[in-house]
Design a protein around this ligand. Structure first.
Ligand code: CO8
Length: 266
């Protein structure tokens, strides 16, 4: 990525490339990028900030270093919470993670090392998870006497099914990269640099019709929570909406003219 902007929040680094791809890096390496309230808030702010960019095409989310994507919500902060504070933190995190899920462009999680608890929940809120061979996923909250609070009990269940989600959440067992790929918890395992692989995937996505990619994301995410007939009707509406964009005529004309499409994202 050719970086034209680097914005440093306290616990988060944001690099905006000329190719319309943003690299967001959780930056608390000493605590294995654990998610404290400041980091969760900054993530929400960063998403608002980058959403303003008209040339935005994709986001890659990762953690500083190779030891961890994020080793969970910050236990040293949560240990003193009362029930009100815990509920507020869970709701704040859920809102930020939901904004990632409904973000207008695809978000790719590039996972090195631990993605545990809130870290696993954060990765699961992204569109696609790429795992380094070192990646380890899990919801170990019960070992701390709590349950997942940033959506893990729901998103893990939707990704891997009830049987495995129950086993993983009740035992806190973590799964390595290969098993994660086998059970559908990540898209694939990458040999070598997972962030570079995620950037390459982001560039591939960025070469397609931006409005189509965004509507595709909406069709998949909204449809997943609907019955099949309603989801199909929703897909048909979004398909029709593509024909109100310049990208549709450009994409189809470019094919017929045997040239590369010049998408404008309109
Ligand atoms: N929070 C705070 N600090 C952490 C966390 C964490 N989740 N994980 C690691 N750290 C810190 C360690 O305390 C340590 O700090 P220090 O060097 O100051 O002692 C540093 O990171 C390095 O960690 P380790 O020395 O433990 O490194 P190891 O390689 O030995 O072990 C592990 C790595 C296995 C990842 C281990 O650190 C571990 O088990 N971490 C905790 C994992 C965990 O339980 N995560 C789930 C947390 S609960 C959660 O995420 C709930 C989400 C929903 C919240 C809802 C709102 C209320």
């Amino acid at each position: 990525m050719t970086s034209d902007t680097v914005h440093l929040y306290g616990n988060l680094k944001l690099s905006f490339g000329e190719d319309g791809i943003v690299l967001l890096t959780l930056n608390r390496p000493k605590a294995l990028n654990a998610l404290n309230s400041a980091l969760v808030m900054e993530l929400g702010e960063a998403l608002q900030e980058i959403q303003q960019r008209p040339d935005l095409r994709a986001v890659v989310l990762t953690g500083t270093g190779t030891r961890a994507f994020a080793a969970g919500a910050d236990i040293s902060e949560m240990v003193e919470f009362d029930a009100i504070q815990a509920g507020a933190f869970a709701e704040r995190g859920q809102a930020v993670f939901a904004s990632l899920e409904s973000f207008p462009v695809p978000v790719i999680a590039a996972v090195n090392g631990f993605a545990l608890g809130g870290g696993c929940e954060l990765a699961m809120s992204c569109d696609i998870i790429l795992a380094a061979e070192s990646a380890v996923f899990g919801q170990p909250e019960v070992k701390l006497g709590v349950i997942p609070g940033f959506g893990g009990s729901q998103r893990l269940t939707r990704l891997v099914g009830r049987q495995l989600a129950r086993e993983l959440c009740y035992t806190g067992r973590s799964v390595k990269a290969a098993e994660a790929a086998r059970i559908g918890l990540c898209a694939r395992v990458v040999e070598g640099d997972v962030v570079e692989a995620a950037m390459e995937l982001a560039r591939k996505i960025a070469g397609n019709g931006p409005r189509a990619v965004s509507l595709c994301k909406r069709a998949i995410n909204t449809g997943a929570d609907l019955d099949l007939a309603s989801a199909m009707a929703h897909e048909a509406q979004l398909f029709a909406l593509c024909f109100a964009t310049d990208d549709q005529s450009e994409g189809m004309r470019a094919f017929l003219d045997k040239r590369k499409a010049d998408f404008k994202g309109r």
